[in-house]
Design a protein around this ligand. Structure first.
Ligand code: ADP
Ligand code: ZN
Ligand code: ZN
Length: 673
């Protein structure tokens, strides 16, 4: 045993669930301060960067076979122990190798073997004077008093505040307190380009806090620099998107997650984590308060706040009024489209409303809801929907082989020729595209300047910004768009929102669709109108009495949430069940299904009571060229039971022999089914 050259156990970004042992670099000793530092090593035939996770005296690998570390990188302070605990939690919870977790959360610049020369920041921050805080509204004061009255330490708050209620001011006051106590704050937002004012506002209020932002639009060098500033504790405020939840911050004393319901907090490849959930874990681990803010909280968070049956209790804080005196929420109305023949999807009332805005020089937005919806068959005559007879989900239409399939449990059958209830032969899938709507509007309003905003017209960030500035400059009378337009933008002349295709979410195969629809329509509604130009939201629907719309008209999120949670509870869906999705893709569907079938037949599953494995199902669309995708759902009413199962199952899956081109992954708490 040698005390001079201990062995380093190093985490590497490779898909193996283990650490790798290396000797100290030639002629150098490793000290405990090196734990948490990056190291350059040779792995197989390539040189790569790893993180020293521990030092040890002994290794299973004989000493002469141990390779030396090429260099210990001491350009940054070591990553702190709480960062390791965060990575370990994620590795266990999301079934991802620790090394992959650690390396994937470091800025690219620090994972490079040959990093470019670091440059100093080009601009010194201008000396600025702190901007004064506005006097609080009564509701804001109450919410803050409530938080201040709580015992110090971890506590999760759900700040439910209608759009414009002044949630940001609450965040700012909490940050102020945190800084005054000598600690730092982490503020997470769904997309940074939606909140350009936020960064300016934070800097104006806290000019000495050394605020840095961290998001994927930053140049690599800037991102690395900002991250290092956070690690050294010089940045007292970090503002960032989902990956920023992993920023090491020595004195972290507050986490805020704004728009906590937003799906952007979910990472959709690699380690499929929820930044919101990781943030809650981190706050608990740091014994710091966390505030989750939203006008339409996720039902998971809402249940945590209001449902006494859920174990993790959040404290609910409510802001029911708009902060600016006189500002009112827009009027929401339903247009009953059963009563009339639509003109290419538009009702007469919506056309008339648009015409009125054109005459007044105001903007209209035609919002088409079509986010990732799988088509479900429906009968307009009697309201029949293709329900799954085996579970609470709806069957999805697969046109290619004319079949209806349940993406939840795997049930399938042939597409019926007529409505099974009333015999109507004209049963149709829901759905309609933005391009078509644009064409219809152009024909109807030839004088109007019409701008279409969707994934096709705003492919790149530059195109998107160009579109936004045209809208702001008032260069459009009518906007046609999808959910891209729903978020965060303030268009001062926008006073009318018409929502089309909303009904498809009521009967979507994805049972989370109503939750998304409600959030989107509330958010879209939040875009319309200001104090002096009141806004109006018109929803075209064949189901004007539907409770979802009734709640929307009253701006009553709590009522909507209560009804949804009751449905979820009855159906045994999250948040009353916990899920993991095993997905496989392969050149042929049969291969993907065969892999999933083997996974399902794992004998060890019998030892895990309370975990249900459903049948493998083909996914509706194979996105990747020439790859067919299928999935299998694992579900349990107990998170702990599911986690215990997944830990063992994942190990078993790794030993299944698969065809060369088959890929699979496991997603815990999937949002998209
Ligand atoms: P939210 O994030 O809840 O939608 P914001 O924080 O953006 O709302 O606030 C909405 C508007 O109200 C902003 O223009 C903000 O400046 C203003 N505001 C917030 N708090 C106050 C206050 N206490 N007094 C006056 N105006 C306020
Ligand atoms: Zn089913
Ligand atoms: Zn029918």
């Amino acid at each position: 045993m040698s005390s001079v050259a201990p062995i380093a156990r190093i985490a590497l970004g490779v898909p193996l669930r283990r650490l790798f042992d290396y000797r100290a670099p030639a002629g150098e000793a490793l000290t405990p301060e090196d734990v948490g530092r990056r190291a350059r090593v040779v792995f197989g035939k390539r040189v790569c960067i790893g993180v020293i996770a521990a030092l040890t005296d002994s290794s299973e690998i004989p000493g002469e076979q141990l390779k030396p570390i090429e260099a210990v990188l001491r350009d940054t302070p070591p990553l702190p122990p709480d960062w390791f605990r965060l990575a370990e939690f994620c590795a266990a919870y999301y079934q991802t190798p620790l090394g992959e977790v650690m390396l994937s959360t470091l800025p690219t610049g620090l994972r490079r073997v040959d990093p470019p020369k670091p440059r100093a920041a080009r601009h010194a921050p201008p000396p600025s004077v702190a901007m004064a805080a506005p006097p609080l509204t009564g509701e804001q004061r109450q919410a803050l008093t409530h938080i201040a009255a709580g015992a110090p330490g971890f506590r999760a708050y759900l700040l439910y505040g209608v759009t414009g209620s002044g949630k940001t001011e609450i965040y700012l006051r909490l940050i102020e307190r945190t800084l005054a106590a000598g600690r730092s704050a982490l503020l997470l937002v769904p997309e940074i380009n939606l909140t350009p004012q936020l960064e300016a506002r934070l800097t104006a209020r806290f000019p000495d806090a050394g605020l840095v932002s961290l998001h994927s639009d930053l140049a690599e060098a800037a991102r690395t620099r900002h991250w290092k500033t956070a690690l050294t504790g010089r940045a007292r405020i970090v503002l960032g998107t989902r990956l920023a939840v992993f920023t090491p911050m020595p004195d972290l004393g507050l986490i805020v997650v704004d728009e906590e319901h937003d799906a952007s907090f979910k990472q959709q490849d690699g380690m499929r984590y929820s930044a919101r959930d990781v943030a809650v874990f981190r706050a608990r681990e740091r014994n710091a308060p966390i505030v989750l803010g939203s006008a339409t909280p996720s039902l998971e968070s809402w249940a945590n706040a209001v449902d006494p049956r859920t174990p993790a209790r959040y404290t609910l804080l409510t802001l029911a009024q708009r902060a600016v005196a006189g500002a009112r929420l827009p009027a929401v109305r339903c247009i009953d489209t059963r009563a009339e023949k639509l003109c290419d999807g538009f009702s007469g009332a919506l056309f008339a409303a648009i015409e009125q805005r054109l005459a007044r020089g105001e903007q209209s937005l035609v919002f088409l809801n079509r986010r990732g919806y799988a088509p479900v068959l429906a009968c307009v005559q009697c309201g029949w929907i293709s329900h799954c007879p085996r579970c609470a989900a709806n069957l999805v239409l697969h046109l290619a082989d004319r079949r209806l399939r349940c993406h939840h449990c795997g049930f399938e059958k042939r597409v019926p020729r007529a409505c099974p209830t009333c015999g109507n032969q004209d049963i149709q899938p829901f759905g309609r595209g933005t391009q078509r709507l644009e064409a219809v509007l152009t024909e109807r309003f030839p004088e109007a300047r019409i701008l279409r905003v969707d994934r096709d017209s705003a492919r790149s960030r530059r195109q998107w910004e160009a579109l936004l500035s045209r809208i702001h400059a008032g260069e459009a009378d009518i906007l046609v768009g999808t959910q891209m337009l729903a978020k965060g933008h303030d268009f001062p002349k926008l006073t009318l929102v018409g929502a089309l295709g909303a009904d498809s979410a009521l009967f979507a195969a994805d049972w989370r669709a109503p939750e998304r629809l409600f959030a989107q329509l509330m958010q879209v509604a939040g875009r319309a109108g200001r104090a002096d130009l009141p806004g109006e939201v018109l929803i075209q629907t064949q189901f004007p009495e539907h409770p979802l719309y009734a709640a929307l008209v009253r701006h009553d999120y709590p009522a909507f949430a209560a009804a949804q949670l009751e449905e979820r509870r009855r159906a045994g869906f999250p948040p009353y069940a916990y899920q993991a999705m095993l997905r496989a893709e392969a050149p042929r569907m049969a291969e993907a299904i065969a892999f999933l079938a083997t996974a399902r037949a794992w004998p060890g599953a019998a030892a895990h009571a309370g975990v249900t494995l459903y049948d493998p199902v083909p996914m509706r669309l194979s996105r990747m060229a020439n790859l067919e995708r299928a999935q299998l759902l694992a579900e349990s009413p107990s998170r702990r039971a599911l986690q215990a199962f997944l830990g063992e199952w994942n190990g078993a899956l790794e030993s299944i022999r698969t065809p060369a081109k088959l890929r699979w992954h496991l997603e815990v708490d999937p949002l998209e089914l």
